[in-house]
Design a protein around this ligand. Structure first.
Ligand SMILES: NC(=O)c1ccc[n+]([C@@H]2O[C@H](COP(=O)([O-])OP(=O)(O)OC[C@H]3O[C@@H](n4cnc5c(N)ncnc54)[C@H](O)[C@@H]3O)[C@@H](O)[C@H]2O)c1
Length: 247
């Protein structure tokens, strides 16, 4: 059963990592994908992989933190495909530092991409989805937004903000049959976590009951559930994909 057959999905930050895994998982389940990223070459590479799976793909360079770029992304999607069924707000960055040393630029950059970028894309997509009277929005948060993390005050605040944004959007959009949920990954093997200090990696490992690092595909599978018919009565939720780190 193709869970998202012929659906049109926009995925931000899909040049690599978790976003790329979501794009490929959705395409393997029948969706056509708009691959969006600041990294244009990476977005095109993911789009080529989707086309190789026999699905349509469109790569669009977008900085989600800029409101009119987010608007253009959604506009270009509707122009090409006539509608938009699924939005995954996955683009995210870290600028880690202890609070005392964190400068304004580090704080602003992370809030701008992770939180404002998610708001920009939700706002842009809400009008076409409301017209359609259907849609799915999936926001990638983090366990750090729930637990906090030393050295990541900016990131934790942005990801906690994404949870509040998710619940508010879920309440505002439910009457139009637009479901909005968040996924909170734990410690997932991607470029983002590749350069963590060894002691941070060890601390994470001791906190994971399933005793392994997650893979991008573990996150993609839960996003597929939230994008498809098996989650028709689920909205405003935060689903942890973290090997049991937070329970
Ligand atoms: N890896 C983890 O352990 C982990 C854990 C929890 C949450 N997350 C979240 O999952 C999401 C994906 O993370 P990842 O590990 O794949 O990271 P990654 O760094 O491998 O990929 C992030 C992608 O987002 C893109 N991006 C960055 N800024 C952007 C912008 N302004 N506009 C558009 N695209 C932009 C990057 O170019 C990159 O392709 C992020 O939101 C991250 O916070 C990751």
């Amino acid at each position: 059963m193709n869970l998202v057959d012929e659906q049109i999905a926009v995925i931000t930050g899909a040049a690599r990592g978790i976003g790329r895994a979501i794009a490929l998982r959705f395409a393997a389940n029948g969706a056509h994908i708009v691959v969006s990223d600041v990294d244009e070459a990476g977005a095109q590479a993911t789009a080529a992989e989707i086309e190789a799976l026999g699905r349509q793909a469109l790569a669009i360079k977008t900085d989600v933190s800029v409101a009119n770029e987010a608007e253009n992304l959604i506009k270009a999607t509707v122009e090409r495909f006539g509608r938009i069924d699924i939005l995954v707000n996955n683009a995210g960055i870290t600028r880690d530092s202890l609070l005392m040393r964190m400068d304004e630029a580090q704080w602003d950059a992370v809030i701008r991409v992770n939180l404002k970028g998610t708001f920009n894309c939700i706002k842009a997509v809400s009008r076409p989805m409301m017209k359609q009277r259907q849609g799915r929005i999936i926001n990638i948060s983090s366990v750090v937004g729930v637990m906090g993390n030393a050295g990541q005050a900016n990131y934790a605040a942005s990801k906690a903000g994404v949870i509040g944004l998710t619940k508010s959007a879920a309440k505002e959009l439910a009457a139009r049959n637009i479901l909005v949920n968040a996924v909170a990954p734990g410690y997932i093997e991607t470029e983002m976590t590749r350069n963590l200090p060894a002691e941070a990696v060890e601390t994470f490992r001791t906190l994971i009951p399933l005793q392994r690092q997650g893979m991008p595909e573990d996150v993609a599978d839960v996003c597929l559930f939230l994008a498809g018919p098996l989650s028709a009565y689920v909205t405003g939720q935060v689903i942890h994909v973290d090997g049991g780190m937070v329970m």
